[in-house]
Design a protein around this ligand. Structure first.
Ligand code: PEP
Length: 251
């Protein structure tokens, strides 16, 4: 049984106090949600307070990125995964399409960051997804397979226990265009097939694969009814506690 995961990516939104207030509102509104794991990813500057104020609740905290480096070193502007763990976060989002598109993230750096995250015992939410041009040219599966194999290169079956995959078609992120449940299910089943080939049947069966791309209270239930969709990575609709709580409480 794969326990669903509903994760909110707050991107570069919310000053410190706003982030804390939203987290506290959310904590109340999802207090009875035992059917899924709830994760929020505020900006680095709010991580510690949000983690402190949600401690002991069913809200887990993620960072949105980390350094490829695992040694404390002269890398201005970088944040080591153990620093993220140190302030109470349990997960890190890695390889989000905005980082791939605008900040030079490659399959190699995604792989290094994933390993850094695992090295310190955190769970990695590894994002993959094709662009509109790649989908329209019939290359969506090839692109996703390459990203997946690149991100997970060198990982063992036991490492896979701390990997969550997020399938986020770039054309559906922040655009209001959601993949249909059938399109998402098709890619999720494909991803599970790739994991079965490259890892093991068992880890493919156990790995949670989240869908991301304009998930909202109005479409989450339909997406979650698909066999291989194990949760959602939500951007815009996670910024408001009530809207995100409605997504969490999709059942
Ligand atoms: C995201 O940023 O990961 C995302 C899926 O954004 P949105 O829900 O706004 O499309």
């Amino acid at each position: 049984m794969r326990k669903p995961v509903i994760a909110g990516n707050w991107k570069m939104y919310k000053l410190h106090d706003e982030a804390v207030n939203t987290a506290l509102e959310l904590k109340n509104q999802v207090a009875n949600a035992t059917h899924c794991e709830v994760i929020i990813a505020p900006v680095f500057t709010a991580l510690k307070t949000v983690a402190d104020r949600t401690e002991g609740s069913n809200v887990n905290v993620a960072a949105q990125d980390c350094s490829t480096h695992t040694e404390h070193s002269a890398n201005t502007g970088e944040v080591c995964a153990d620093m993220i763990k140190d302030v109470g976060a349990s997960h890190i989002i890695i390889g989000h399409s905005e980082r791939r598109q605008f900040y030079g993230e490659t399959d190699e750096s995604v792989n290094e960051k994933t390993k850094a995250c695992l090295y310190f015992g955190l769970t990695a939410i590894v994002c993959v997804g094709e662009s509109l041009a790649e989908r329209e040219s019939g290359n969506a599966q090839t692109v996703v397979k390459t990203q997946l194999n690149g991100a997970l290169k060198g990982l063992t079956v036991s490492d896979m226990e701390r990997i969550i995959i997020a399938y986020e078609p770039v054309w559906a992120i922040g655009t209001g265009k959601t993949a249909t449940p059938e399109q998402a299910q098709e890619m999720h089943a494909f991803i599970r097939g790739v994991l079965a080939e490259t890892q093991s049947e068992e880890s493919a069966e156990n790995t949670r694969i989240l869908y991301g791309g304009s998930v909202k209270p109005a479409n989450v239930r339909e997406l979650m009814s698909e066999n291989d969709i194990d949760g959602a990575l939500v951007g815009g609709a996670s910024l408001d506690a009530t809207s995100f709580a409605q997504i969490v409480n999709y059942k």
